[in-house]
Design a protein around this ligand. Structure first.
Ligand SMILES: C[S@@+](CC[C@H](N)C(=O)[O-])C[C@H]1O[C@@H](n2cnc3c(N)ncnc32)[C@H](O)[C@@H]1O
Length: 247
């Protein structure tokens, strides 16, 4: 059986968002982000913008005080998925998905999201400095970033880079850059396992469906490597912290 061109589409197909996060945890973060009616919401490195859409909906989109949002990313397919989702929820007049470099965006907003995208700015410290210029005074930033839950092996450290620190270190980087921590929570093991599983699941299903496809051997090897790296390397070692920050 030959696959059509749906291998690319299958990559993120099983993911609600591209970060280890349960529905319940997302709802908590959005409450702590406290989006007010009429707010401007900006998501830098938004992917398909599921959290952005929920943040805008939480602020309310009716009447003169309609909340508006902008998501910025460099992934065309993700942006297209975001636009389809916005249209499906009648949010397309309120949320724009823009192709662009996160670090080049300059228009400030009341609520800013940057989840799993600090690398788009060159790392944690550079991201927290740049984001300070796009959060309006009195505004809030939802910042999701990695940290070491336990000391990594040298191989694991090499995958994620030398800038990742432990959780106290991450909090200190934010504090040194003038941010106050209004909320802190971390992804738990089940959120991580679900994230890693759903990241693989779209292509696992594709493989089961198209085992004879010429691309199947490469895809199988890639998925096997990633699962090995996770269970044998960074599972329980790499953490993801969600900070709601103000300044
Ligand atoms: C781990 S994903 C997180 C996506 C989204 N924040 C979420 O939680 O679902 C990181 C995102 O950063 C985007 N990205 C990477 N480099 C970028 C850049 N230079 N400018 C804008 N977005 C970038 C990727 O395309 C990807 O969508």
């Amino acid at each position: 059986m030959q696959a059509t061109d749906n291998l690319a589409d299958s990559r993120y197909a099983r993911m609600r968002w591209n970060t280890p996060l349960s529905e319940e945890h997302a709802a908590l973060l959005l409450r702590r982000l406290d989006v007010r009616p009429g707010a401007r919401v900006l998501d830098l490195g938004c992917g398909w913008g599921e959290l952005l859409l929920r943040a805008v909906a939480a602020g309310g989109v009716s009447g003169a005080l309609a909340t508006r949002g902008v998501g910025v990313d460099t992934d065309d397919a993700a942006l297209a998925r975001g636009r389809r989702a916005a249209a499906g929820r009648s949010l397309d007049r309120h949320v724009a998905f823009v192709m662009g470099e996160a670090a080049a965006w300059q228009e400030p907003a009341d609520r800013v999201l940057c989840v799993g995208s600090a690398h788009a700015f060159g790392g944690t410290g550079a991201a927290l400095d740049a984001l300070a210029t796009v959060v309006r005074p009195g505004g809030r930033l939802l910042f999701g970033d990695t940290y070491w839950e336990r000391p990594p092996t040298p191989d694991t450290e090499q995958i994620f880079g030398p800038e990742v620190t432990d959780l106290p270190g991450l909090v200190e980087v934010a504090r040194e850059r003038g941010w106050r921590v209004l909320h802190l929570s971390t992804a738990d093991q089940r959120e991580w396992d679900d994230f890693e599983s759903t990241w693989l699941a779209g292509r696992q299903e594709w493989l089961l469906r198209y085992p004879e496809d010429p691309r199947a051997a490469d895809v199988r090897a890639e998925l096997d490597d990633r699962l090995r790296q996770y269970v044998g390397g960074y599972r329980g070692v790499l953490g993801l912290a969600y900070l709601v920050l103000g300044r």
